[in-house]
Design a protein around this ligand. Structure first.
Ligand code: HEM
Length: 377
């Protein structure tokens, strides 16, 4: 079977906006999705593990993060829609084929996410009503189940994104999970080593974001907490970040070792070398801020800003890599341009308004948490 036969034909309607616009918003949207997504991917399991600690401040952070999680999930899911829109517009020729091959697990994301979201709510409401020490067994189980479900959903996303960028693997997947021209949607990438190395790399990255968030929580959101708690965040964050960087680096090395030689050469040569080096070293800046700023109360804010920049670099490099992986099969920049000003204007207005509303909500949350310090509550 020829993989080209499984790639969707070019859409005669063309792209509704210039290619640079589509790619810019896909990368920006993905960066915005990455920050909260990293917090539920690595942060939920971290919070549950810290909840078992004997250190009161570690348990406090656990309770704080799990209480904030319903907001973080709501923000991150909404922000995930932005890259999804652009991925569907500019990657439709490969996105749909890959996700149809693994349709059941792809569709299951909706149900799994609803369960994980309910689980987090049950745990957060328990924290609010009875407190961490008095949580019932089923409430604790809900927290653990959510942490597990987020990891399962991440595996599904990794599978989908990996498979989408490798049309060469489709014929085998189609033959294994279908008959004649029909596929059953039961394909998976669980046997692909790249799935697990990619996951390890990504999990390490998500852990770095969680570590930066520990410091951010202490610096910006923990106005009502004790000074012991705030100084614990400044001490724990750099140590946890260092551990996370080791996972990120180990996962990254294993992942890159499995790339085709052509892809490795592309990512490490010419004008891409400085960019990709910057991407690889991106977590170095937040790490430095966290270590050097251990006695600086505002360091957590700067660490999270630096983390956001590091995530942005990851999104850019990953996009370049994906374009290169698809290059032997299709040129995603080659679709005809048929500008559609109306939908474009509607997107821009709702995007700016949506970010404005999210910014307003976050500002109110920060203000409410800081009030305790100002008024001495
Ligand atoms: C309905 C909610 C969600 C939406 C709309 C969404 C959207 C997206 C999109 C569009 C991408 C690909 C971006 C791109 O390549 O340009 C992505 C990647 C990803 N998402 Fe989400 N997402 C959602 C929920 C989740 C959840 C609950 C998780 C669980 C941890 C998650 C984990 C990931 C991961 C790990 C990737 C990167 C996969 C890879 O490249 O290997 N997402 N998401």
């Amino acid at each position: 079977m020829d993989p080209n036969g499984l790639i969707a034909p070019v859409n005669e309607l063309g792209y509704p906006a210039p290619f640079w616009f589509l790619i810019f918003f896909r990368v920006l949207g993905f960066t915005l999705h990455l920050l909260p997504m990293n917090l539920w991917y690595a942060g939920t399991i971290t919070a549950m593990l810290l909840g078992l600690s004997r250190v009161p401040e570690a348990r406090r952070f656990s309770a704080r993060l799990m209480s904030q999680m319903p907001f973080i999930i709501a923000f991150g899911v909404n922000l995930g829609i932005v890259p999804l829109l652009f991925l569907q517009v500019m990657g439709y020729r490969v996105f749909y084929s890959a996700t149809i091959l693994m349709a059941w697990q792809w569709l299951s994301v909706i149900a799994l996410l609803c369960l994980a979201y309910y689980g987090v709510y049950i745990y957060a409401v328990g924290l609010r009503t009875v407190g961490m020490d008095a949580l019932a067994r089923w409430q604790r189980a809900s927290g653990w189940l959510s942490a597990l479900l987020f990891i399962v959903i991440a595996v599904i996303f990794h599978s989908a994104m990996l498979t989408m960028a490798e049309p060469g693997s489709w014929p085998a997947l189609a033959e294994q999970s279908g008959r004649a021209a029909a596929v059953y949607g039961t394909a998976h990438a669980l046997g692909n080593t790249a799935l697990w190395t990619r996951m390890l790399f990504f999990l390490g990255l998500a852990m770095t974001t969680t570590a930066a968030y520990v410091a951010f929580d202490g610096a910006v959101l923990a106005g009502r907490e004790s000074s012991e708690y705030r100084s614990w965040t400044r001490g724990f964050a750099p140590k946890f970040y260092t551990f996370a960087v080791l996972v990120y680096a180990g996962g990254g090395l294993l992942y890159a070792a499995g790339w085709e030689p052509g892809l490795r050469e592309y990512m490490s040569s010419g004008s891409l070398l400085p960019l990709n080096l910057l991407t690889v070293l991106g977590p170095g800046l937040p790490l430095l801020i966290l270590w050097l700023g251990r006695n600086v109360p505002a360091a957590g804010l700067w660490a999270l800003i630096a983390q956001f920049l590091a995530l942005g670099l990851q999104a850019v490099s990953r996009q370049l890599m994906q374009n290169q992986q698809l290059a032997p099969y299709l040129d995603i920049a080659a679709d005809p341009l048929k500008m559609q000003i109306g939908p474009l204007a509607m997107f821009l207005v709702s995007f700016v308004a949506g970010l404005g509303v999210l910014g307003w909500i976050i500002a109110r949350l920060v203000e409410a948490n800081r009030k305790g310090v100002v008024s001495g509550e």
